[in-house]
Design a protein around this ligand. Structure first.
Ligand code: NAP
Length: 533
């Protein structure tokens, strides 16, 4: 199909200049849907109404018509995806068509018709629909990213205003496949594309650089209409999607899992604050081969490496700093313009900086709990500063090995309470999601305790440390300092560390408030259940 033909009835759509983000709204009844749309349209003048979520979509269109008329400045898509194609509408293709036609005359400027439905309709029926509203011909693959050319050949045989492909990323490289495809097709067609799923998150932003006319978002967390969807606010405020252009440098955190990582919030805040044209994404990485292939093609300028890849990434690097060589772990990668990968370890600086702000480390007596990657960074950093280092670990063989390498003294747990330390550092995940504690209040004799866990402001270990009279250093400080060094390595500018700490602390406080509210609600629910019983 040629583009002139495809766009011949674009008169209703073309002058609208679509915003980059379309917010999908969905609800089971019309008044709830309208309430959500009313709230969303204030910030986003481009909404997709998922009519298939409504119990009675046809009966709701009169009310939706009034809404469309009340918002002449906004653009609305009507979608009534059938259950067979991944939606919630259980009617026939004819019933879907009827609803979309009604939507088209009710003020929806765009209607979304699935390729499978289009195949079941006569060309004249589709042409008629397209004479009433702009047509988005869409295809969804909820399992993989495959057969893109073959699918597009079928799609392009049907005249439409936009061709939308939403596939599923089963690896990071699927994003590359889809983006290359979009880049090629966008030369002749108006295309919209993204990869669904946690591994596809990067495509939700980067596809816009390679020709996707827009992307989709949810209105609020928990209301996603597709896997991996981010909220419109996150896209705008965290990822600064409206500023994304061809010159924007791309960075990201590679790990598994990374969906809850605070690194995107922290580093994107730093980029915005320092006016760096860069975006920092979450790359859910199952295999390092996949990550490295993706990094080379996208191309990505730098990476934070997190669990479980800090050690194995070293084998992929062209060169490393001495701290990476000493610790055997890398948490920061720089990709040079010629594609070579350089590794750094900023966890060492991350743990030293908050300590050095409080006490001289030369001669300081420090107990390190743990012998994993983070403990190794702390051990070599502290030894390098001349600290007197002690180590305990669950698996004594590993603890003894690190103690030998870092010239530290290995202690048995029973020996700990006989000592008094300047600092005790928890470098284990004990207490992250539980009430488990690496040392009890009675065992802690220290001026400072530092818990590397940074997923909550207070941990069982910091609570015990405080009760034992120690000053608490939160893991967030280490997290921010290692991130600040990454920012400096990538940009050559001083990092806005205070701003980074503020935004991380605020996000953790908001997370804690939500968790408290959830546990209160479940308490109330269980009390109510008791009453009912
Ligand atoms: P890792 O390499 O897996 O090492 C885990 C360490 O914790 C090992 O010494 C392990 O002992 C010990 N451990 C695990 N489960 C235990 C349990 N149930 N009881 C007793 N000991 C246990 O992990 P890592 O990368 O070093 O990370 C450790 C912690 O530091 C994590 O909580 C991580 O989130 C945090 N961290 C924070 C930052 C930051 O910026 N704040 C940076 C890096 C890491 P074994 O030797 O016996 O297995």
């Amino acid at each position: 199909m040629n583009q002139t033909r495809a766009n011949s009835s674009l008169s209703r759509v073309r002058p609208l200049r679509l915003p980059r983000v379309c917010v999908a709204v969905a609800a089971a009844n019309c008044s709830e849907l309208l309430a959500k749309a009313e709230a969303a349209v204030v910030e986003s003048p481009f909404l997709e109404f998922r009519l298939d979520y409504l119990k009675q979509p046809a009966a709701s269109l009169a009310k939706l018509h009034s809404f469309c008329r009340a918002h002449p400045e906004a653009v609305f898509i009507a979608t009534c995806r059938r259950a067979a194609n991944g939606g919630k509408f259980h009617g026939s293709v004819e019933a879907e068509l009827k609803i979309l036609r009604k939507a088209a005359v009710s003020g929806f400027q765009l209607v979304d018709l699935e390729l499978q439905s289009a195949h079941a309709l006569k060309p004249g029926e589709i042409a008629k629909l397209r004479s009433q509203a702009g047509l988005i011909l869409s295809y969804h693959d909820f399992r993989a990213t495959r057969k893109l050319e073959e699918t597009f050949r079928q799609m392009a045989a049907i005249p439409a205003n936009y061709y939308k492909l939403a596939t599923t990323a089963t690896c990071l490289y699927d994003n590359v496949l889809l983006m290359k495809f979009l880049q090629a097709k966008s030369r002749e067609h108006s295309v919209v594309g993204l990869c669904m799923g946690e591994q596809g998150i990067i495509s939700r932003l980067l596809a816009l650089r390679v020709g996707s006319a827009f992307t989709f978002a949810s209105a609020i967390p928990g209301e996603e209409t597709a896997p991996g969807q981010l909220t419109a606010r996150t896209l705008r405020e965290v990822y600064r999607l409206d500023h994304l252009d061809a010159a924007t440098r791309i960075y990201g955190v590679a790990g598994n899992p990374v969906a809850q990582s605070l690194s995107p919030l922290m580093l994107n805040t730093a980029f915005r604050r320092e006016n760096v044209n860069a975006v920092y994404l979450a790359l859910c990485t199952k295999e390092l081969d996949d990550l490295v292939a993706c990094v080379r093609e996208v191309p990505i300028s730098g990476l934070s490496i997190t669990m479980p890849h800090k050690e194995n990434i070293v084998g992929y690097l062209d060169n490393t700093d001495t701290l990476t060589q000493k610790t055997g772990a890398c948490n920061t990668v720089v990709r040079s313009p010629d594609g070579r990968l350089f590794g750094f370890n900023t966890d060492v600086a991350g743990v030293l900086a908050p300590l050095e702000q409080r006490l001289p480390l030369t001669g300081a007596k420090v107990l390190l709990i743990g012998a994993g990657g983070a403990a190794r960074a702390a051990a070599f950093g502290l030894k390098n500063r001349g600290a007197q280092l002690f180590i305990i670990n669950r698996t004594s063989a590993k603890g003894l090995k690190l103690a030998r390498q870092a010239e530290a003294k290995y202690l048995k747990r029973a020996e700990v309470k006989k000592h008094s330390f300047d600092v005790i550092i928890n470098a284990t995940p004990l207490g992250m999601d539980s009430t488990q504690i690496p040392l009890t209040e009675q065992e802690i004799h220290a001026r400072f305790v530092l818990d590397m866990i940074y997923t909550s402001a207070e941990t069982p270990f910091t609570r015990a440390g405080r009760a034992a009279g120690a000053e608490v250093i939160a893991g967030t400080e280490m997290f921010v300092q290692q991130g600040a060094r990454q920012f400096e390595i990538w940009t050559g500018k001083p990092a806005p560390a205070q701003e980074m700490l503020n935004v991380v602390a605020a996000a953790l406080a908001a997370g804690n408030r939500k968790a408290e509210a959830r546990s209160k609600n479940s308490e109330v629910r269980s009390q109510n259940t008791e009453i009912v019983r």
